[in-house]
Design a protein around this ligand. Structure first.
Ligand code: KIV
Ligand code: ZN
Length: 515
């Protein structure tokens, strides 16, 4: 039995399908570089047919990544496959992932196709994709609710047509571990050419079982797991990469395979994805939650001090937990700054980009004497946000807040180069600032989420604010960081408003019918 478990990360595609988690091209490239550093085998970078923005992002990832395979998703439609092929062309290793639904409910109501038409389309599109690359993956969407005899026929035909990987998705998160393992085992046993392809599993977390189901699939012969950092993804999310990887690594006595993942890169990847998407990690989340390795009870602490293994099955440092380390300070020079960012996987394309980031660093170092890696990451995110040609720019913000008085905010924004001012009271300084901004912009949006996290510890830490806004059914996240959380909040609010004014039409891969 093959002892390599292939890790297929879909944070940039299925993860991005979480409402509000959409990422810019630069953000996708930064996450992709971190996934590559973590030694993920395949990075699904997006769905190029969704929009020009997603096409560009997949292409940028294909240009930036050299070690991992870069993959793009396509419905079983020629033009989707052609778009993927074009977007991933610059990649050193490339994969086309095409899918079609195989369950009666999807075929009848969504696709309006007969099962024979679906089978024929799957074969034609796998062959079409093979014209571009040998590395073609085929998925039978909603395999969990598909007839097993039909699934066997579809997978056999897809492999015969040239699919090197066949993926069995639990699209709606309906299965339970025992049944999912059985389904994988049956497919591998009954499909005559099963040994010519890698069997993959893709599980959603609607019943909280995505990781358990994925592991059951592995125990029954699957050798690729599709997963995301922090379990990000549609609805309740996908199987979490860190949990799958650490379960397999920690229980080598049970699993007859292992991944190539450099587990020390897990926590940095989790932080990067949480920071960029604005989906914070719950403290008690396995592996990457802030409390995952914290021992509160006296008995546990005593045991761990005497011998760590009494209560710890993994070492915190093995998954990348390290105490915050001061990396730079007020007197650090440009080359130390450039080198540390390069070690974090952030390289500047031009001298001008470096200079402006370095200026920001100096400003920050004046306010905050010890600069950590997390501060540098936030600083670069800020620079990326500014490069997005913002329509609304914050020129100044003044807030008066004192006991017994109603807080008052004065805001000046530049809109298309023209300065506009407004003053507004509010229930607190953040509320007053948002109201003053609304007074200038006059947009009716709904605030769905406002959250503040400290980037490092201490009261001089930068606050990282995420704001989620909704307008006319479109949901966007905005981010801002500053040592002053009211300013960080205003930056985050403006970042979200800027995203709402930018064109953003996207096709959802699974909502569309076949043409
Ligand atoms: O959940 C799903 O079925 C998918 C497919 C496109 C693989 O995301
Ligand atoms: Zn999915």
């Amino acid at each position: 039995m093959n002892d390599q478990l292939i890790i297929f990360d879909t944070t940039l595609r299925d993860g991005e399908q979480s409402p509000g988690a959409s990422m810019t091209r630069e953000e996708k490239v930064r996450i992709a570089k971190q996934l590559e550093r973590m030694r993920v085998d395949i990075i699904e970078a997006g769905f190029p047919a969704a929009s020009k923005g997603d096409f560009d992002a997949v292409k940028a990832v294909a240009e930036a990544v050299t070690e991992s395979t870069v993959c793009g998703l396509a419905r079983a439609i020629e033009k989707d496959i052609d778009r993927v092929a074009e977007a991933i062309r610059p990649a050193k290793r490339r994969r086309i992932h095409t899918f079609i639904a195989t369950s009666p409910i999807h075929m009848q109501h969504k696709l309006r196709m007969t099962s024979e038409q679906v089978l024929e389309r799957a074969v034609e599109m796998v062959k079409h994709a093979r014209q571009y690359t040998d590395d073609v993956e085929f998925s039978a969407e909603d395999a969990v609710r598909s007839d097993i005899d039909f699934l066997c026929r579809v997978f056999e035909a897809a492999i015969k047509a040239g699919a090197r990987t066949v993926n069995v998705p639990d699209t709606v998160g309906y299965s339970i571990p025992h049944a999912w393992g059985e389904r994988i085992k049956t497919l591998i046993e009954r499909v005559p050419n099963a040994s010519k392809a890698v069997w993959s599993t893709h599980c959603h977390n609607d019943l909280g079982l995505a990781v358990a189901n994925s592991l059951s699939a592995v125990l029954n012969g699957a050798r690729q797991v599709e997963c995301t950092i922090n379990g990000l993804g549609e609805r309740a999310g996908n199987a979490s990469l860190e949990e799958v990887v650490m379960a397999v690594r920690t229980r080598r006595d049970i699993f007859s395979c292992d991944t190539r993942i450099d587990t020390t890169q897990i926590v940095p990847a989790s932080r990067l994805v949480a920071g960029i998407t604005g989906f914070p990690v719950q403290p008690n989340k396995a592996i990457v939650g802030a409390n995952a390795f914290a021992h509160e009870s006296g008995i546990h602490q005593d045991g761990v001090i005497k011998m760590r293994e009494t209560y710890e099955i993994m070492r915190a440092e093995d998954v990348g937990w390290t105490a915050n380390r001061i990396v730079l300070g007020k007197h650090s020079g440009r080359s130390a700054f450039r080198q540390r960012l390069s070690e974090l996987g952030i390289d500047f394309k031009t001298e001008q980009e470096l200079n402006s980031a370095f200026e920001r660093f100096k400003d920050l170092a004046d306010k905050k004497h010890e600069i950590f890696d997390e501060d540098l990451q936030a600083l670069v995110t800020e620079a990326d946000l500014e490069q997005e040609n913002e329509h609304f720019q914050l020129v100044s913000l003044k807030v008066c807040s004192q006991t017994g008085e109603i807080p008052l905010a004065q805001v000046t924004l530049a809109i298309n180069g023209l300065e506009q001012h407004a003053t507004a009271p509010g229930s607190g300084p953040v509320d007053a600032s948002f109201k003053a901004i609304d007074g200038i912009i006059g947009e009716a949006t709904q605030l769905l989420l406002y959250s503040v996290n400290n980037i490092t510890s201490g009261t001089d830490s930068q606050g990282e604010v995420t704001v989620r806004l909704e307008k006319g059914g479109r949901i966007v996240n905005g981010h801002g960081a500053d040592t002053d959380i009211v300013i960080a909040s205003a930056k985050a609010y403006l970042n979200a408003l800027n995203k709402l004014v930018a064109p953003g039409e996207r096709t959802h891969p699974q909502a569309a019918t076949m043409i």
